[in-house]
Design a protein around this ligand. Structure first.
Ligand SMILES: CC(=O)[C@@H](O)[C@H](O)COP(=O)(O)O
Ligand SMILES: NCC(=O)COP(=O)(O)O
Length: 259
């Protein structure tokens, strides 16, 4: 299958918010940096509001929803409960699904994260959670939200993602990034993701990807023909420190094959 068109780049702003939260301030502004990304050619903006609001806050989600002119992708644990804010002036966390139902972003990516995790580090096991997720997926789709499930490149699990009604899967690319960084079994690991893309095409489910993608590993990953969107934040923010955010966005778009 030839590449139909280059994958979209959705910039994850978690780490902009993390810098802001290190002081009692509004600087750096999440919405201001979203606009910089959009002006530089980003196709979307992604945030991952966790219950402890360690970086992206509920208030950021509402602020972004009012100003974004590109797709908004909100990621999170569908079973994340409401949590009181521990910072004055910061809204309480209402529960992930309640937040998404109220904001109704273009896309919601469901991620099996616990609040204790340092970061996202695995995909769903749908043999365990598929029955619970199916009605949640349907409920969000009825509100016009495209639903993506954060998955490992496991072909049977990807089939289950289709069965529970997801529009897309987002491949967890941490293991791919590690394999490239350590040059350990990189070809075989990439092959797993390439095959996952073929499986997605076979069963007609959209293909997104994200986590630890960077300027060193993205170009190869972007050769997967079925890839519709990558969401990138951590490495993008680090690159922005040295090259500026607008230049970083353009550099990542070049890796995706756009000039
Ligand atoms: C789901 C995923 O891999 C990332 O989108 C996630 O947002 C990373 O979360 P942190 O930025 O909190 O590490
Ligand atoms: N879904 C992946 C994402 O949004 C950003 O992940 P990372 O680039 O911060 O690792």
């Amino acid at each position: 299958m030839s590449q139909s068109k280059p994958a979209d780049l959705s910039v994850n702003l978690n780490k902009i918010a993390l810098i802001r939260n290190s002081r009692d301030t509004t600087y750096p502004s999440v919405t201001h940096h979203a606009q910089i990304c959009i002006d530089a050619g980003a196709d979307g903006i992604t945030v991952h509001p966790r219950p402890d609001q360690r970086h992206i806050r509920v208030d950021d989600c509402y602020d972004l929803a009012t100003m974004l002119s590109v797709e908004f992708n909100i990621e999170g644990n569908p079973f994340a409960p409401a949590m009181k804010s521990d910072r004055p002036g910061v809204s309480d966390y209402p529960g992930f699904i309640d937040l998404v139902k109220d904001i109704k972003p273009a896309q919601c990516t469901l991620v099996p994260d616990s609040n204790e995790q340092l970061t996202s580090d695995h995909g769903f096991d749908l043999t365990q959670s598929g029955d619970q997720l199916a009605p949640i997926i349907q409920e969000l789709q009825k509100l016009g939200v495209r639903v993506s499930l954060f998955m490992d490149p496991d072909l049977q699990q990807i089939e289950l993602a289709k069965q529970v009604g997801a529009d897309r899967i987002e491949l967890y690319t941490g293991p791919y990034a590690d394999a490239i960084k350590t040059n350990n079994n990189a070809d075989a690991v990439f092959e797993q993701f390439y095959r996952a893309g073929e499986k997605a095409q076979d069963i007609n489910i959209g293909l997104n990807a994200g986590h630890d993608l960077n300027l060193d590993n993205l170009s190869r990953f972007a050769t997967i023909p079925q890839l519709l969107e990558v969401s990138i934040g951590h490495a993008m923010t680090v690159d922005a420190i040295s090259m500026g955010l607008a230049n970083a966005v353009k550099a990542y778009q070049r890796c995706l094959g756009k000039t």
